[in-house]
Design a protein around this ligand. Structure first.
Ligand SMILES: CC(C)(COP(=O)(O)OP(=O)(O)OC[C@H]1O[C@@H](n2cnc3c(N)ncnc32)[C@H](O)[C@@H]1OP(=O)(O)O)[C@@H](O)C(=O)NCCC(=O)NCCS
Length: 380
């Protein structure tokens, strides 16, 4: 192992084999289990994609029907969890709530298998399914409303909007919400997924692994850029202010949120799909203000970057915040929605880690002192 080089943040280090996700940064393509994200969004719903991630292949009709009924049967929250949400301190962030609830949900793991490499998580699926109910219930309670029981006849995305508002969403809104979940379900060995795999590698439960992953996603370097994009849109106010705002921001050496990506060197394929959804929703609302501001920001930013020979494109967060806002979702739920979607990918990675497990144990490059002598406390 002496030929392994130090790489800060593990950049470029290959830590495991995985068949789940391929991010082709050069060509701006994303694949889950070999299927392109464009194809999945066109032909599948989030539940089907969850099956794909957990079982490695798309289901046939019979398999899908039983998996879907199973997922839908797990949607409702038990009374203790609803109480937990109601009693959650008002000033805390909903990501902290999600983390605690998932840890609490570990009560669903059968006791005898709790600390084994195999558990019944593919059967219960609570940690994937119930996150959306928790997020919706949190918002209902926070705004002084009551809990809305999930519907079993709606897709995962439509049901989320239904639990949030009490009204069944339109066909367009429901489909876009479900597709947004597909687009965020998986993205390779990012920080939260790696966290889930590290925890799984100790033969801890899938609930502990997902709870830890939520903690990693909470950090502002990982989740949350779409919240900042919407703050930018609000500050810009009108499309005609966008170019000036971008120029000032870049002159002050500040980052334009939602632009650039560590892996994609072409336009993020999820951003292409999100942009189209934003257009469709803007058309339905008869209001293109967010769309036009974002397109002006993109144009001004790309012009400045191309002058410097840096082709930098929008990432998934650039359009997603505006899409959520037009779906009537408050900003504080943007990162929890990311977690709701990514839970499928995290669980897929936990299961894959267990197939051929070895505990993660990297080394640190020691830069401290050596051979120091302890001076007794009274002489220090
Ligand atoms: C995502 C991100 C962290 C990737 O950073 P990275 O891997 O260092 O990006 P690159 O190596 O491609 O950056 C190349 C150059 O472009 C600049 N750049 C990259 N993204 C930029 C942005 N959004 N705004 C302004 N400048 C940017 C970098 O500062 C760097 O400049 P330098 O060569 O003068 O140092 C970065 O693009 C960023 O902070 N984006 C905004 C936040 C965001 O949207 N995050 C969500 C990611 S899904």
């Amino acid at each position: 192992m002496s030929n392994v080089e130090y790489s800060k943040g593990l950049e470029g280090v290959i830590a495991a084999e995985s068949r789940i996700c391929k991010v082709d940064g050069e060509n701006g393509k994303l694949y889950y289990e070999g299927y392109s994200i464009d194809d999945l969004v066109e032909h599948c719903n989030f539940e089907e994609v969850t099956y794909l991630l957990l079982y490695g292949e798309l289901p046939n009709e019979g398999e899908f029907s039983s998996f879907q009924s199973h997922m839908r049967a797990s949607r409702d929250l038990s009374e203790p969890i609803r109480r937990m949400i109601q009693e959650f301190p008002n000033e805390n962030h909903p990501m902290e709530l999600l983390q605690s609830v998932v840890a609490y949900l570990s009560g669903y793991v059968e006791h005898k298998i709790q600390h084994s490499a195999h558990c019944n998580c593919r059967d219960t699926l609570h940690q994937v399914v119930q996150l959306s109910t928790v997020v919706a219930a949190y918002e209902r309670y926070k705004t002084g409303h009551g809990y809305i029981r999930p519907s079993k006849s709606l897709s995962h995305g439509s049901n989320f909007l239904f639990m949030l508002t009490g009204a069944e969403p339109g066909e367009l809104e429901g489909r876009i919400m479900d597709d947004c979940l597909i687009l965020h379900a998986e993205h390779g060995f990012n920080a939260s997924t790696f966290t889930a795999r590290v925890v799984a590698s100790t033969i801890s439960t899938c609930y502990s692994a997902i709870s830890a992953a939520i903690g990693a996603l909470f950090g502002s370097l990982h989740g949350g850029a779409n919240e900042k994009v919407m703050a930018m849109v609000d500050e810009i106010g009108e499309p005609s202010n966008a170019a000036g705002w971008v120029n000032r921001t870049l002159d002050e050496k500040r980052k334009v949120m939602g632009m650039g990506h560590r892996v994609y060197k072409a336009k993020d394929p999820r951003a292409v799909i999100m942009e189209n959804y934003l257009y469709q929703l803007s058309e339905k609302h008869g209001d293109f203000r967010y769309y036009e501001i974002l397109k002006e920001v993109e144009r001004a930013f790309r012009d400045r970057m191309e002058e410097k020979g840096k082709p930098i494109y929008p990432n998934v967060d650039f359009f997603s915040g505006a899409v959520y806002r037009l779906l009537g979702i408050p900003t504080r739920l943007f990162t929890p929605i990311f977690a709701m979607a990514r839970a499928s990918g995290w669980l897929a990675h936990v299961l894959e880690q267990r197939e051929d497990n070895r505990i993660y144990r990297p080394k640190a490059l020691y830069v401290g002192e050596r051979d120091k002598t302890v001076i007794p406390i009274e002489q220090r």
